[in-house]
Design a protein around this ligand. Structure first.
Ligand SMILES: [Zn+2]
Length: 658
C-alpha cells in the first residue's frame, strides 16, 4: 500500500482566466442595428429587409375566411388590423410585406376608407400613406382588406407558406408555416424582420362548419352560425411574425377534456387537434407531452405561455413546427407509443425559439440547437418509464452526424434564403446540440441549468430576441469562465477535434494522459473543449468519469465549472481512487472529439521510487532515476535525485512507501 505523501512542483505555469466583458443587449435599437448588419452581410435584399424598420409592431387582428373544400384551390380573404408605434419623427408612410398575388381591396385608417391613391403595391410590399405623425412612439393602426391566392413557396419548401392539399372532402386541409420569411404570402405583416414581435394577436377564422381551426393562444369560441363556423383565438404574449399560424381541417380534439398540467402552480390546458382519433399508441405518445412539460419547466424555467395552453395540431408539413402554444405536427411524429423526438423538440422550442427568438437568422442555432438538445434534457430527466431510449444513444446520433459533416459552421453567414439558413441542417441542429452538450460538460449540470434558466428569465431576452453573445454571456456569468475561445472555435469554425495518438499510463491509481489535439477543420487549428474520460477497473468492477478541459493545448481538470491549475501542456496526471485497467474516451457521446487511438503506453520503465514523471517522448511515465539520496535532518528529510534525461519535467511526485 502506498499513501500520497507530497507533491513537489518544480515547474508551474499559471494561466489566468480573463473574463470577457460581454456587451449588454438590453437596448432594442442596438439589437435591430446588429440584426440589420447581419442581414446586410448575408446579402438580404435591402428594400424588403427594410420594410417596417421605422415602426414597432404592437398588435394584429387577423380576420380570415378560408375553406379547404373550395373548388378554386387555395384562397384567403380577410382583413388584418395592425396597431403600431412610430419609431421616427414625421412618420407618413407605413409599409408591410404582402405578396404581389394578394389584392388589396381597401384600407381603413381611423375608421375612414383611404382613397386608392394613398396606397400602392410594388412587388411584395404595400406602401400606405398616412397623415403625418410628428412624434416618435405614437400608437396608431391601419386595417387592410385583401384577398387572393397565396403564392407557392419555391421547392423544396412548397408545403410552407399557405398550403392546401389537393383533396376536397374528408381529408382536405389548409395549414400555414411561415418560418422564416413566408408570412407575407398569406397576410400583410413584417415578414422578413424576425426581431420585432407583436405584443399580442387575435386570430379569427371563418370556415365551413365541418372545419375546426388551430392557432396560437386561447380559443375563445368556435360557434356555428348557419353553414359557417367562426373560431376566435386570442394570444396575449409577444409573438414573432413567423410563429403566427393556423391549421384548418376536420379536427378531432384529443383528449376531449383537456389535460391539466401544473406549471409552477398554474393549471394549464394541454390538448391536441388531430386529423383523426388517435390509436392507443398515438395516445401514449401525445400523453407523454405532460411529462415533457413538467421536465422542461423544471430545467428551463416555467413553460413561457402557461396562462394559455400547449398542444399539437396535425398538419401536412413533413415534420413539426413550433408555433407559440400549439405546434404543427405531421402524423408520423406521434404515430406510435415510441415516437417522442419531434414532440420533445417542438416543445423545447417554446422556450428556445418561441419565447426567446433568434435575433437574426444567422443566430438560428439559439433556436434549433437548444431545441435539439431539449430532447436530451427530456431523456435525462423523464419520469415516463415507457420510453426506453437512452440519452447517450440519442446523443451519439447527433455526434456521428456532426462529425461526418465538416463543411459548415453553426453560425449561418449567408441567410439570403431558407435553404442557406437551414441546409444542410446538421450544423444548426446536431453540431449545435453537441456544442450545447460541451457547454454542459464544461459548466457541470448545476451551473449549466442555472445559466439556461437565467437566459430564459432574462428580461431583455424573455419574449424577445437573443444572439450568440447572449448565450455566451449567461454561460460565463454563472461559471466565471472565459468561454470566448470555445464559442469562437465551435460557433464560427468548421470541423471537429481529433485526439489521434492519445496515450495513457498509470502507476497504481495515478494515471497520466497524453492528449494531443488535431483540428479536423478547414478554418481552425484548435478547438477549446471538454474531454470526457471514463476509467474502469475489471475486478472488482468500478468506474469513474472525469472531465478535462483543453484550452489552447493546455489541459485542466474541470469540476462543476471550476478549472484546476493548468497542466502546462498536453500531458496531465489524474489521481483516482482505484487502479484503472482501461480508459474510455467520450463514452457517453458528449463532445465533438474522436480518438482514433487511445492506447495504453505500457508500464513505466522504472518506478522503483514511485517517482512519476511526465514525458511523451519516453513513454509517459518512464524514466530512470539515478543518484537518489535521502538524508535525515531533524524532523525533516532532504531528498535529492537526478533523472537521466536532460529536460524540464513539469512536475514530480514523491510517495512514501509503507
Ligand atoms: Zn426545430
Amino acid at each position: 500500500m502506498k499513501n500520497f505523501y507530497a507533491a513537489l512542483v518544480l515547474f508551474f505555469v499559471v494561466q489566468a482566466s480573463v473574463a470577457q466583458v460581454s456587451p449588454e443587449y438590453n437596448d432594442m435599437k442596438n439589437r435591430e442595428i446588429r440584426s440589420m448588419e447581419n442581414m446586410f452581410r448575408g446579402g438580404e435584399p435591402i428594400n424588403e429587409a427594410m420594410n417596417g424598420l421605422d415602426y414597432d409592431l404592437v398588435y394584429s387582428r387577423l380576420e380570415l375566411r378560408v375553406n379547404p373544400d373550395t373548388s378554386i384551390g387555395k384562397y384567403v380573404k380577410g382583413a388584418v388590423t395592425t396597431y403600431f408605434k412610430t419609431r421616427k419623427t414625421n412618420f407618413n408612410q407605413i409599409t408591410f410585406d404582402m405578396a404581389n398575388a394578394l389584392a388589396c381591396d381597401s384600407i381603413y385608417y381611423h375608421g375612414a376608407k383611404l382613397a386608392t391613391g394613398n396606397y400602392s403595391k410594388v412587388a411584395d410590399t404595400i406602401f400606405i400613406n398616412v397623415p403625418n405623425i410628428a412624434a416618435i412612439g405614437v400608437l396608431d393602426s391601419v386595417k387592410i382588406f385583401y384577398k387572393g391566392v397565396p403564392p407557392t413557396v419555391a421547392a423544396p419548401w412548397s408545403s410552407t407558406g399557405f398550403y392546401k392539399n389537393g383533396t376536397i372532402g374528408t381529408t382536405s386541409y389548409i395549414h400555414t408555416l411561415s418560418e422564416p420569411y413566408s408570412a407575407y404570402t398569406w397576410w400583410p405583416c413584417k415578414s422578413r424582420v424576425a426581431f420585432d414581435k407583436y405584443d399580442s394577436v387575435d386570430i379569427i377564422v371563418s370556415t365551413p362548419s365541418a372545419f375546426y381551426v388551430a392557432a396560437n393562444g386561447v380559443r375563445l369560441g368556435q360557434p356555428v352560425t348557419g353553414s359557417d363556423r367562426l373560431t376566435t383565438w386570442k394570444h396575449r404574449y409577444p409573438i414573432s411574425t413567423y410563429q403566427i399560424a393556423i391549421g384548418v381541417a376536420r379536427y378531432v380534439q384529443y383528449p376531449a377534456t383537456p389535460t391539466l398540467v401544473n406549471i409552477g402552480g398554474t393549471n394549464m390546458e394541454l390538448y391536441n387537434l388531430l386529423w383523426s382519433t388517435p390509436n392507443a399508441g398515438s395516445q401514449t405518445a401525445l400523453n407523454r407531452t405532460a411529462d415533457m412539460l413538467t421536465v422542461m419547466s423544471g430545467k428551463f424555467s416555467d413553460y413561457p405561455f402557461k396562462k394559455e395552453k400547449y398542444g399539437h395540431y396535425t398538419f401536412g408539413f413533413g415534420g413539426g413546427m413550433e408555433h407559440n402554444t400549439m405546434s404543427g405536427m405531421n402524423q408520423s411524429t406521434y404515430a406510435t407509443a415510441g415516437t417522442w423526438e419531434v414532440i420533445a423538440h417542438e416543445l423545447g422550442h417554446q422556450w428556445w425559439g418561441a419565447s426567446v427568438t433568434c435575433g437574426s437568422w444567422s443566430d438560428i442555432w439559439v433556436n434549433e440547437s437548444f431545441a435539439r438538445y431539449s430532447e436530451v434534457v427530456y431523456l435525462d430527466n423523464k419520469t415516463d418509464a415507457s420510453l426506453t431510449v437512452k440519452s447517450e444513444d440519442h446523443r451519439l446520433t447527433f455526434k456521428d452526424d456532426a462529425i461526418a459533416a465538416t463543411g459548415g459552421s453553426i453560425y449561418r453567414r449567408d441567410t439570403s434564403n431558407m435553404d442557406k439558413i437551414f441546409n444542410p441542417s446538421v450544423y444548426i441542429y446536431e453540431r449545435g446540440a453537441m456544442f450545447v452538450s460541451m457547454l454542459r460538460k464544461t459548466l457541470g449540470d448545476a451551473k449549466f441549468y442555472q445559466a439556461l434558466q437565467n437566459y430564459q428569465t432574462d428580461p431583455t431576452l424573455r419574449y424577445s430576441n437573443a444572439f450568440t453573445a447572449d448565450v455566451q454571456r449567461h454561460m460565463e456569468a454563472v461559471s466565471g469562465l472565459d468561454l470566448s475561445g470555445m464559442f469562437n472555435d465551435w460557433i464560427y469554425s468548421k470541423g471537429h477535434a481529433s485526439y489521434t495518438g492519445a496515450r495513457w499510463n498509470n502507476v497504481g491509481n495515478k494515471a497520466v494522459l497524453f492528449l494531443p489535439q488535431t483540428a479536423v477543420s478547414a478554418d481552425s487549428t484548435h478547438f477549446d473543449m471538454p474531454i470526457v474520460l471514463r476509467f474502469k477497473r475489471t475486478a472488482p468492477i468500478l468506474d469513474t468519469t472525469i472531465v478535462l478541459f483543453d484550452k489552447g493545448r493546455n489541459l485542466y481538470r474541470v469540476n462543476n465549472g471550476v478549472l484546476s491549475s493548468p497542466s502546462g501542456g498536453t500531458l496531465i496526471q489524474v489521481n483516482l481512487s482505484f487502479t484503472p485497467t482501461s480508459v474510455e474516451f467520450d463514452p457517453f457521446a458528449e463532445t465533438l472529439a474522436v480518438p482514433n487511438t487511445f492506447t495504453n503506453a505500457g508500464p513505466p520503465v522504472s518506478y522503483t521510487l514511485a517517482l512519476i514523471t511526465k514525458d511523451p517522448a519516453i513513454g509517459l511515465l518512464a524514466t530512470n532515476v539515478v543518484d537518489f539520496t535521502a538524508q535525515k535532518d531533524g524532523k525533516n528529510a532532504r531528498l535529492s535525485w537526478s533523472v537521466e534525461h536532460a529536460q524540464d519535467y513539469q512536475s514530480f511526485e514523491v510517495e512514501r512507501s509503507t
